[in-house]
Write a protein that binds this ligand. Structure first.
Ligand code: AMP
Length: 250
């Protein structure tokens, strides 16, 4: 696996390659990310993993500076899962001086995480569009864990006729049921125990399971598939999760 940091080097590495799968990440890779990389490895001839902690998708006062980073470990794990290229651009490569464009999806982004985190999804769709134009993948992989993000990216790709296929992969969980997230690294032992209320409440379809933690939302949403999605705050950490309701009675 090669690590590249510029579009010029990326183009050089990708020259003559076909059937490119892209797995966009913010790093601090866990089994959720790795499941996407493995899936891309099964499906595609060329696998690119991008690693970029995107400041535009963090709000003021959110955890941009604290966001966990370990590129060396990420590179090792991505390589073990069969990635060909780790694309880890610097801030200036993605947002050079004078950068003034935003890609924004309406409607879908007004609810759930969109209303709780103004500007978040515009940050996501802007960077995802840029990554798509940099890598020019045939297929891009996203996790069902971030159901609204997947729906917003699908909408953007359909609306703008972006020539990429979006594949969404199932949520990977720890043995105790907690969905894997880079942000789980923030949780103390006690907080982690509390955080387990989130998957339990979703599994039970019962908001009242959430006890003594701050609930941002606990709502159904038709993101194709329909999901029950929730966001909670445990200590200073915001966690999201969802279960697919497909086939259940409304
Ligand atoms: P992130 O690094 O948090 O931006 O996540 C990068 C990609 O990995 C996104 O498409 C996420 O939806 C996906 N992802 C994160 N956590 C999980 C998980 N537990 N299971 C499956 N996919 C995940």
């Amino acid at each position: 696996m090669k690590t590249v940091r510029t579009v010029a080097d990326l183009r050089h590495e990708l020259a003559g390659r076909t059937d490119i799968g892209l797995v966009p990440t913010m790093g601090f890779l866990h089994d959720g990310h790795l499941s996407l990389i493995r899936r891309a490895r099964e499906d595609c001839e060329t696998v690119v993993v991008s690693l970029f902690v995107n400041p535009k998708q963090f709000g003021k006062g959110e955890d941009l500076d604290a966001y966990p980073r370990d590129e060396e470990r990420d590179a090792r794990l991505a390589e073990e899962c069969g990635a060909d290229i780790l694309f880890a651009p610097g801030l200036d490569e993605v947002y050079p001086d004078g950068f003034s464009t935003s890609v924004e999806v309406g409607g879908l982004t007004d609810v759930l995480c969109g209303s709780a985190r103004p500007g978040h999804f515009a940050g996501v769709t802007t960077v995802v569009t840029k990554l798509f134009n940099m890598v020019r993948p045939d297929v891009a992989y996203f996790g069902q864990k971030d159901a609204q993000q997947a729906a917003v990216v699908r909408r953007m790709v359909a609306d703008l006729a972006v020539p990429v296929e979006i594949r969404v992969c199932p949520t990977v969980r720890d043995e105790d049921g907690l969905a894997l997230s880079s942000r789980n690294a923030y949780l103390s032992r006690e907080e982690r125990a509390q955080a387990l209320q989130l998957p339990r409440a979703l599994q039970a379809r019962d908001r009242s399971v959430l006890n003594g933690i701050e609930v941002d939302y606990f709502e159904e949403a038709d993101f194709e598939p329909r999901v029950l999605a929730a966001a909670v705050r445990v200590g200073g950490t915001r966690l999201i999760d969802n279960v697919v309701l497909e086939g259940e009675d409304r």
